[in-house]
Write a protein of this length. Structure first.
Lengths: 313, 179, 732
């Protein structure tokens, strides 16, 4: 028998850590989704699909900008000392994912905007005629477009990985403490974005392509999740305990039902049937994937805070 | 360079929480929050029971995940004594450091910044002992400089058995529990 | 002449002030209190005073920051605190800030106990009291006003009441606390243990704790010396049904069955005597009746004790030999709260005898001879004399009671015999929590014409009062000097460090004003308490101004052990240590302690035990927000196997029901391997029922409520309270 008692009773710390509630998982999910959209859009620019007039690379940047801003606002809401938020940009701290994340976000915006400028909104064109000139300027330079695509892919990749590193850098929380987490978040971001594009794509070819891509991402995601869990299960006691939070612990029901089953397996089956033309494409599967991705972030953030080295520490 | 540390004699500590009360007063720690606290670990089956009582606080680790993850530099290692401190005016309250500390030694002060044990650096700089050390009725807490080979704390560590909390976390904590 | 009256003649090593004045040498590090924070002095101000969160009276230094109370620390020159307060003392500033403090005098407007009040002025309140008291005096005589008062703050009020003609005074510190212990020692060695205890813990090489849960019981000097003993590698032996904090420091832990300590003590003495391990010279020189004693205990072998106590005979032998090995520096701690089973005086006598066998009484590392200052008293007019007998112990029903029995006064108030009691003036004691069987207390209160309670918060007893008088807390007032007998003669001052936040008044002011209302103003010839204090100091050749600055005067070290030259005197009829007690035999009691079985809990029930937590004092600190932040509600300790059997879980709330069907407030479970399966344990002082105590109301459960049964010690009237049984109500 081991009895542990502590007299500490700090808010957000005891009985178990809960410094982050919905804002951070939402922010991480959005970060991943935007990362995925940047990569997809960037790839389309790079692969010259932008020549198709209904290519999603024309609509994605605006959506990314809006969604990303929601994410940033969500992050801002989480800060306890909001008036000091500018302090983030008085220093660049290499050891702090939070710091380079802040800087990545600063770079992400202009890169998405560059993509966005290829097809700005009508009212912007009316209000700011110079913008139209820029748009024309870009369209005249295929190499530049390809480069914008490359930069979007690179920064998208960094953004996606960063959302995982933010957590995986925390050696203090056994569940998070795995570099696979970044891959998982990147893959999950990609699958979410692919699902999203699959849902909104006007272009039939793109829809097919992304449904297929999404299927690969989902399979990959399953594999990465397995890797993550196996990794934890083969480390120390506390890591095993952390993995079990998801496998058969307090978070298992949500994890198995919403992430694995409804978030990956069911949509995967639906989309496999769709790409093989057994059934019609339906927004049901992509919606499930997206919700699954969101819930994944929630579970990882919550369960990670729950996981610790010792009951009383 | 000094490297302040504490050695706490678990043989003598009675878990009375005087250290906690004294810290509250000295540092105006708000009601409902703790910079230090008491952990008891009971092992065995009655009547063959072993009990260890630990007065815990920030370990002022040598390797500081809390400082590393801080995006603004608010969390830092002080020049004097390598004490880990938070600069209130730089802290944005992102709570990364709270999550990064394996000991959960930090909390968010109701005023919005990350707060924790300071090793009472304001007292130590004046040549006084930290408030908790100063009050302990059993005299079980020892504070001193690890880099000074003649310090009492080094002598204790040389002559007594001790352990640190979660050495596996790789932080190399500077609070030592003498057993 | 019995032992007790003889003891009164023996003032052991007392010291007069003249000798001490020269001795006090102190570096004045501290600024005195001139004006308090009225003009908000900028910066840090330090003012010495002494603590009142319990009765240990540690000297302290209060710190003000910009005129506001900031913190309080131990006074480095004080022999009691040695510069460090206990957690309650450190958190004592919370008493000043307590939002639940009484703010103005209250007079009851509805039925007693309904806690409906009107706020009145001090003049109205005191006039009301004086009028009622005068009426009682006319109708029944002044003796019909009784008073309960605990702690030094009651001195001035007692003075007023004595001037009025009252003769019945009681404090729970005797019949509910250390009474049996002191009487047990008085019967054996002719002197009491006193407070602070005369235990030389720091020098003991073998420390035996029977229940005394030092470390949880935070009487400061004892806790400090306990740590010293650990540091010195003293062998510690702890006897307790619960694995206390002290037990975790012990080399030998004896998990005794509750209520069987006498059997263990007899077996220990049996081993020590039969193996001739006792201090033969000492016993020969100072002992009386040793042969009869030795014969009596010869049958109490460890094997005999085993089925009673549950302690392995080998362990009994081993521990007995260990004690003998370190004699006379073996201290069998006499305990303090010893009102357990009603046989407590005899248990304490057995402890006294064991110490005597080892030669610890008077030896270094044992029980020393305390020394103290004495200042001339203030020359007041003589009190009126009474022809009536004190009614707490009429006809000496409890022949060896050496102080007044609170529960005796309560009983007389209920029965009206030998004469009626019509008023209680209660100062600083929460009788509802302190006395066993609340119903009896309330029944007695119903017979009163006047119940006055002087308190700082709306305690339960204040809730039953007719008039409640709000006192300023210790940090806001003067009191009499502390001249506790201890290892070195010293005395200290209490003085205000902050202003009271409302219309609270200090006890001396209340006492003086009430005396004036009663037409007894001549008993208070001084205008201000400082005049009184100054007078006494001047009479001893000292100055108030200096003491106010320094806080403590410490005298020169004096011999306190036999080996330092103290010649022990024993205030027993034989003038020796009475191993065999003819006076007990004569009074119809066992001349050598005997073991009798205690009643067992019925199946499904558990013996209710209770004790202290370091961060609270009794029922008085549960509205102190600093201390409540440390421990906000009590738990009930239940053995893990029992909990498993009942299917109840750690941290779950349950209720306790006692043998008389009384059901407690809901209380958290602490399931643990740290307690025997046949008993449960909780911290005293929680489960407040007074709605005036916003910060404490309904938090945790009250042991007092469940202690409906008590067993009275026939020797001295102490109320054994460990005789209640509880079972669990798992639906809450
Ligand atoms: N923090 C704090 N300290 C205090 C006080 C306070 O209020 N708060 N009050 C002070 C006062 S006035 C007093 S009287 C003392 C009281 O403190 P002590 O005299 O030390 O306490 P005890 O009455 O011995 O009771 C508590 C212990 O006795 C054990 N016990 C219960 N029944 C038995 C039994 O049958 N046999 C044996 N061997 N042990 C048993 C319990 O498990 C518990 O550990 O504390 C003083 N110190
Ligand atoms: N059930 C049970 N009963 C017990 C005990 C137990 O452990 N359990 N312990 C016993 C023991 S050992 C003892 S010593 C007694 C203690 O019994 P009490 O001395 O009655 O102790 P408290 O319950 O703290 O009540 C003290 C009262 O004084 C008030 N008070 C505090 N400070 C001041 C002040 O400065 N001025 C005034 N005017 N009032 C003040 C408090 O608010 C409180 O109402 O209880 C005994 N009774
Ligand atoms: S003050 Fe000292 S004895 Fe008390 S809990 Fe703290 S470290 Fe332990
Ligand atoms: S204990 Fe925690 S907060 Fe303190 S230095 Fe170590 S990691 Fe940082
Ligand atoms: S909460 Fe403050 S101190 Fe902690 S990491 Fe964030 S900015 Fe740094
Ligand atoms: S060193 Fe100071 S801040 Fe740290 S726990 Fe002790 S009293 Fe509190
Ligand atoms: S023992 Fe603690 S509460 Fe009692 S007088 Fe001393 S410091 Fe105050
Ligand atoms: Mo007591």
């Amino acid at each position: 028998m081991l009895e542990l008692t502590t007299t500490r009773h700090n808010p957000m710390i005891d009985p178990s850590l809960h410094v982050w509630s919905w804002e951070i998982p939402l922010y991480l999910f959005i970060g991943g989704l935007v990362a995925g959209m940047m990569i997809i859009s960037g790839y389309f620019l790079f692969s010259k699909r932008y020549k198709e007039i209904d290519c999603v690379c024309y609509s994605l940047p605006l959506i990314s900008l809006i969604v990303l801003s929601i994410g940033m606002f969500s992050l801002f809401l989480d800060l306890e000392h909001k008036l000091f938020v500018w302090r983030l940009y008085t220093t660049l701290k290499i050891s702090s994912p939070m710091s380079w994340g802040a800087w990545i976000l600063i770079l992400v915006y202009p890169v998405i905007i560059a993509n966005f400028l290829m097809n700005p909104l009508k009212f912007i064109e009316v209000k700011f005629p110079q913008i139209t000139k820029l748009t024309t300027f870009i369209h005249q330079r295929p190499r530049l477009i390809q480069n914008i695509g490359i930069v979007n892919m690179i920064l998208g990749g960094m953004l996606g990985i960063y959302t995982g590193v933010l957590l995986s850098a925390m050696g203090s929380r056994p569940l998070w403490n795995s570099s696979i987490l970044s891959i998982l978040f990147l893959v999950s971001g990609l699958s979410g974005a692919a699902a999203f594009v699959h849902m909104i794509a006007q272009n039939v070819k793109e829809r097919e392509l992304l449904a297929k891509a999404d299927n690969s991402f989902l399979i990959l995601e399953l594999f990465v999740i397995m890797l993550l869990l196996v990794g934890l299960l083969t480390t120390s006691k506390v890591h095993i305990a952390a993995a079990r939070l998801l496998l058969d612990g307090p978070f298992a029901a949500q994890f198995w039902v919403f992430v694995i089953f409804l978030g990956i397996i069911v949509p995967l089956i639906i989309q496999l049937l769709a790409v093989n033309h057994k059934i019609k494409h339906t927004p049901v599967a992509p919606v499930m994937v997206i919700i699954g991705g969101l819930i994944l972030r929630f579970i990882i953030v919550y369960a990670g805070q729950f996981s610790k080295y010792l009951n009383v520490l | 360079m000094a490297r302040f540390a504490m050695a706490i004699d678990t043989k003598k500590c009675v878990g009375c929480m005087d250290c906690v009360v004294a810290c509250k007063n000295e540092n105006s720690v708000p009601e409902g929050y703790n910079r230090d606290w008491i952990v008891t670990i009971t092992e065995g089956k009655y009547p063959d029971v072993h009990l260890e009582i630990q007065s815990q606080r920030c370990n002022h680790c040598d390797n500081t995940p809390c400082v590393e993850c801080c995006p603004t530099g608010a969390s830092h290692v002080n020049d004097v004594g390598a004490v880990v401190l938070v600069d209130h005016d730089k802290c944005i309250g992102c709570k990364a450091c709270l999550a990064a500390c394996p000991y959960s030694a930090r909390f968010i002060n109701p005023e919005g910044y990350a707060d924790k044990c300071t090793f009472c650096i304001h007292r130590v700089e004046k040549g006084e002992m930290p408030a908790c050390v100063n009050v302990c009725p059993t005299h079980c807490m020892h504070f001193g400089d690890l880099d000074d080979p003649n310090s009492e704390i080094n002598k204790l560590l040389a002559s007594r058995k001790f352990h640190q909390l979660l050495p596996e976390a790789g932080t190399n904590p500077r609070i030592f529990y003498l057993t | 002449m019995n032992a007790i009256s003889r003891r009164k003649f023996l003032k052991l090593t007392g010291y007069t002030i003249g000798a001490a004045a020269a001795a006090s040498s102190l570096t004045p590090v501290i600024k005195g209190a001139k004006k308090i924070n009225k003009e908000k002095v900028k910066g840090i101000q330090t003012i010495p005073t002494y603590c009142d969160i319990c009765f240990w009276k540690c000297s302290a230094i209060a710190y003000l920051k910009d005129g506001e109370l900031w913190k309080i620390e131990g006074h480095p020159n004080d022999p009691l605190s040695k510069g460090r307060l206990c957690p309650r003392g450190t958190g004592g500033i919370g008493a000043h800030f307590d939002p639940d403090r009484l703010r103005s005098p209250l007079i009851r407007t509805r039925e007693r106990g309904e806690e409906k009040w009107k706020e009145v002025t001090w003049d109205e309140a005191l006039s009301y009291i004086a009028k009622k008291m005068n009426k009682i005096k006319e109708q029944y005589g002044a003796e019909s006003v009784a008073s309960f008062s605990h702690g030094i703050g009651g001195n001035f009020l007692k003075h007023t009441l004595k001037a009025y003609g009252a003769i019945n005074f009681g404090a729970p510190s005797f019949a509910q606390c250390r009474g049996p212990r002191d009487v047990g020692f008085e019967l054996t060695v002719g002197d009491s243990i006193g407070s602070p205890e005369r235990t030389d813990i720091e020098n003991s090489k073998c420390l035996v704790l029977i229940g005394s849960h030092l470390g949880e019981n935070m009487h400061n000097s004892q806790a400090q010396e306990f740590a010293k003993a650990i540091e010195n590698d003293a062998t510690i032996i702890v006897v307790d049904p619960r694995f206390s904090t002290a037990a975790s420091k012990a080399k030998y832990y004896l998990p005794i069955k509750p209520g069987t300590d006498i059997a263990l003590l007899l077996a220990w003495m049996n081993v020590i005597v039969s193996e001739k391990l006792y201090n033969i010279d000492y016993v020969t020189k100072y002992g009386f009746g040793f042969e009869q004693f030795a014969a009596e205990i010869s049958s109490y072998t460890p094997e005999w004790a085993y089925p009673e106590t549950g302690i392995d005979p080998d362990l009994i032998r081993k521990t007995a030999r260990t004690m003998a090995m370190y004699k006379p520096a073996t201290l069998v701690h006499p305990g303090r709260h010893t009102t357990w089973y009603g046989d407590d005086t005899q248990r304490s006598r057995a402890i006294a005898l064991l110490n005597a066998l080892l030669g610890s009484w008077g030896s270094k590392g044992g029980l020393f001879f305390p020394v103290s200052y004495s200042l001339p008293p203030y020359p007041y007019p003589a009190y009126p004399t009474s022809t009536k007998e004190k009614l707490d112990n009429p006809g000496k029903k409890y022949p060896f009671a050496s102080e007044e029995i609170t529960t005796g006064i309560r009983e007389a108030t209920i029965t009206g015999k030998p004469y009626p009691i019509k008023s209680w003036i209660v100062y600083s004691t929460n009788l509802i929590f302190a006395l066993p069987n609340i119903d009896e207390t309330i029944k007695a209160i119903q017979n009163l014409d006047l119940l006055v309670v002087v308190d700082t918060i709306g305690s339960e007893i204040a809730g039953w009062a007719d008039v409640v008088l709000p006192e300023s807390v210790y940090l806001e007032r003067h009191d009499d000097f502390n001249m506790s007998p201890f290892k070195q003669p010293f005395f200290s001052i209490r003085q205000p460090v902050v202003d009271p936040p409302g219309d609270q008044k200090p006890n001396w002011w209340i006492a003086k004003k009430l005396a004036e209302k009663l037409g007894l103003g001549n008993y208070f010839p001084w205008n201000d308490v400082e005049e009184y204090l100054d007078y006494r100091l001047k009479a001893g050749g000292l100055s108030l101004a200096k003491l106010k600055k320094e806080g403590v005067f410490v005298g020169e070290k004096k011999p306190i052990y036999i080996e330092e030259g103290v010649v022990p005197e024993f205030g027993t009829p034989s003038g020796k240590i009475e191993f065999y007690s003819p006076q007990l035999l004569q009074a119809g009691f066992d001349p050598v302690p005997k073991f009798t079985k205690v009643e067992e809990p019925p199946t499904g029930y558990f013996r209710l035990l209770y004790g202290r937590i370091p961060v609270h004092s009794f029922s008085r600190t549960q509205t102190n927000r600093i201390l409540m932040d440390m421990y906000g509600e009590n738990e009930v300790w239940v053995n893990q196997d029992i909990a498993d059997k009942w299917g109840i879980k750690n941290d779950q709330y349950i209720k306790l029901k006692n043998q008389d069907g009384v059901i407690s407030n809901k209380v958290k479970l602490k399931t643990t391997e740290r307690i025997r399966p046949d008993c449960v344990y909780m911290i005293h002082g929680f489960g407040h029922t007074s709605k005036m105590l916003k910060g404490a109301y309904g938090k945790g459960a009250s042991d007092s409520e469940l202690i409906t049964r008590y067993k009275t010690d026939p020797l001295m009237g102490g109320t054994g309270m460990n005789v209640n049984f509880v079972t669990f109500e798992t639906e809450v």
